[in-house]
Design a protein around this ligand. Sequence first.
Ligand SMILES: NC(=O)c1ccc[n+]([C@@H]2O[C@H](COP(=O)([O-])OP(=O)(O)OC[C@H]3O[C@@H](n4cnc5c(N)ncnc54)[C@H](O)[C@@H]3O)[C@@H](O)[C@H]2O)c1
Length: 296
Amino acid sequence: MQIAVLGAGSMGHGIAQVSAMAGHDVVLRDIEAEFVESGLEGIRENLQGGVDRDKLTGTEMEETIARIEGTTDLADAVSDADLVVEAVPEDMDLKQDVFSDVEDAASEEAIIASNTSSLSVTEMASALEHPERAVGLHFFNPPHLMDLVEIVVAEQTDERTEEFAVDYVRDVEKEDVVVRDSAGFATSRLGLVTGLEAIRMVEEGVASPADIDEAMKLGYGYPMGPIELGDHVGLDVRLHIAEHLREELGERFRPPQALRRKVRAGKLGKKSGEGFYVWEDGERAGMSGQWGEDDE
Ligand SMILES: NC(=O)c1ccc[n+]([C@@H]2O[C@H](COP(=O)([O-])OP(=O)(O)OC[C@H]3O[C@@H](n4cnc5c(N)ncnc54)[C@H](O)[C@@H]3O)[C@@H](O)[C@H]2O)c1
């Protein structure tokens, strides 16, 4: 199958990688050549990590890379695609524009999917002349390591599209959960509740971020605590989703002031080097601010 992935950022390059690893031909598109190159470089690094851990052979790595092409040209990316997955920034107007441009350049049969983590796929689909071919494919970060893909069925999604999405997710060896299009789907909605409440607990001085995270790991079997997860996802992304869910679902998603302050200060988590934790070379290196002394 021919797959186009739009946006070569955190998610897009990973979706391109897992698609190519399953044997599909992939075109990865971004708006600037340097973003495409950095996405391709991310794929090489992930695959090399897999080779180093004996998860795949050097030959499999080379074959996977050979199946992925990069471009900045939308028509090049989508004209032969059976499936287009957009992973551009979380902005409804942008995503609607991308959907509509894709429909103009792609075949009539192509399935058009969004990797949105919280926006309405129904609203996105309304930008299409044939909205029945739209669906949400919500991968998790990083896509090559996370097993789940939420399949988001919009109001307009038809049976053929839903079946196509289920087959694709199983084909790339992920686990599918089908959810109806509703704010935050199943995962972002529940994940955010713990993430926001954990920050409120820090604000109230209940415990340090590291202790709250440790409590949830040891007490509830979380692989990563809710505050550290926020640093991984990006605090700006978390704030944006919280504001959206507050609008859609009510005050229980009101973002805590501490989260707003971090974002205003440019402390966005792992990607900026500091959030609730300090990050060095992609690893946790201590806690930020007043908690700085008593970590690790
Ligand atoms: N980061 C996460 O943990 C995560 C998890 C699940 C889902 N998501 C969702 O995935 C989507 C992408 O998030 P991300 O974290 O990868 O963002 P990102 O900012 O890392 O990457 C987005 C990329 O899209 C590119 N882009 C912008 N406009 C474009 C266009 N018109 N065509 C092609 N590329 C374009 C940007 O240049 C950038 O490289 C969002 O909808 C987000 O909500 C993110």
